[in-house]
Write a protein that binds this ligand. Structure first.
Ligand SMILES: *Cc1c(COP(=O)(O)O)cnc(C)c1O
Length: 408
């Protein structure tokens, strides 16, 4: 074996959160626990049939089997632009859209286009870990914007010191938010755009959950704000919207210079997404409206079951209007990882510890609405029996596999 040493950028990283969570879950499964997995943000339902059919049709067309364009097919970029227009009433020309191999790919590569060593990125915490890691990979420094429950998990931009703002180039935002389930209205985005223009900041808005919303709420796009086209790029994903996480397709749209720079990075790093996948995405964007309504209703029904259970246990949370997460305070201020470990060991329920999303996530855990209503009821029932206070009576033994397979 040759002598190997990881690059510093990799050495400094802890194991990716979901890898660690997966190991915890496998250990519990090996111990015979019937695990209800609310830990990972991956839809449990299949991709709608008409979208899968579009993929199959496209695979048989020889034109689709060759190298795609790094920027995405013209037809895909047109479909994305039209979808933006219909959904948000924002006119984005197809040339200001770039196809992504999942929005994570675009978010992760974007800082490479604008950060030099020593430049600062403003990154919320708790947050999807990619913003921080991508900044570090690009040689940039992170300045943390805490998201606090008393501020409805919106960052306090005015609190950023002027010395930081002089070196800051990029601001990441994500609403509806993972992990907190918080949403942002146009008035907030207006303040963001004014702030960005004042301090020459690029705004990268992760809109992966723009279509996952409840109670009739329609999350806005930052591109609806006049002036956003001069400072903002928005990342969209088909993953959560159409149960297409495995397809790896999304797009970025917005400020022409930002989109072009991301495209230039991509043309030097990858050769775009398989055209058959892009055709499936065209089908979803153009004919998937009904699927979105079904998917929203399903998550909302599950949310309502879970919230009733949390209320019964007197656990604290803010009712989510978007995303498919509920962000809950641990009882009695217990440490996140301790609570999540106990919930798995004693109730067979897997959740994500808040600390996986940054130190500001301490004291919280995240529950994803990715199991059936029956399983969600079972989770609520188990939590009811689970002794949530560490000093309470001894906890019940592990839940053994007793559930009929159909309930999964
Ligand atoms: C799931 C998720 C994404 C990534 O979606 P892909 O398009 O599948 O890469 C991006 N941002 C957030 C906040 C997510 O939760």
């Amino acid at each position: 074996m040759i002598k190997l040493e990881l690059a510093d950028r990799l050495k400094e990283l802890p194991a990716y959160l979901f890898v660690r969570l997966g190991e915890m879950k496998n250990q519990a499964l090996a111990n015979g626990v019937d695990v209800i997995d609310l830990g990972i943000g991956d839809p449990d339902q299949p991709t709608p049939l008409h979208i899968r059919r579009a993929l199959k049709r496209a695979v048989d067309h020889p034109d689709n089997l060759r190298y795609p364009s790094s920027y995405g097919m013209k037809r895909f970029r047109e479909a994305a632009a039209t979808w933006m227009e219909l959904r948000f009433q924002v006119a984005v020309p197809p040339k200001d859209v770039v196809a992504l191999i999942g929005s994570k790919e675009g978010l992760a590569h974007f800082p490479l286009a604008f950060l030099n060593p020593g430049d600062i990125t403003l990154v919320p915490s708790p947050a999807y870990p990619v913003y921080r890691i991508a900044t570090r990979f690009a040689g940039g420094e992170v300045f943390t914007l805490p998201l606090l429950p008393e501020k409805r998990f919106l960052p306090d931009l005015e609190s950023v010191p002027k010395t930081v703002l002089r070196r800051a180039k990029l601001l990441f935002l994500n609403y509806p938010n993972n992990p907190t389930g918080a949403t942002a209205d146009l008035e907030f985005f207006e303040r963001v755009v004014a702030f960005a223009r004042k301090y020459d900041l690029i705004v990268a808005h992760d809109a992966a959950y723009s279509e996952i919303a409840f109670d009739g709420y329609e999350p806005p796009s930052i591109l609806q704000i006049p002036g956003a086209r001069e400072c903002a790029i928005e990342f969209h994903s088909l993953s959560k919207t159409f149960n297409m996480t495995g397809f790896r397709i999304g797009f970025a749209a917005g400020c022409p210079e930002l989109v072009a720079a991301l495209g230039k990075i991509k043309s030097n790093l990858d050769s775009g997404q398989f055209q058959a996948v892009q055709w499936a995405a065209v089908e979803a964007l153009e004919n998937g409206g009904k699927d979105v309504r079904t998917i929203r209703a399903r998550y909302q029904a599950r949310r309502d079951i879970l919230l009733q259970g949390l209320d019964h246990l007197r656990l604290e949370y803010q009712k989510p209007r978007g995303s498919f997460y509920v962000w809950v305070k641990t009882p009695g201020g217990m440490r996140s990882e301790e609570f999540v470990g106990r919930l798995l060991a004693e109730a067979g329920i897997m959740c994500a510890p808040g600390t996986g999303y940054g130190p500001e996530g301490e004291g919280f855990f995240r529950m994803a609405l990715v199991v059936s209503e029956a399983r969600m009821r079972e989770a609520v029932k188990r939590m009811g029996k689970f002794s949530i206070h560490p000093t309470g009576p001894p906890a019940a033994a592990s839940q053994k596999r007793a559930e009929p397979a159909a309930a999964r």
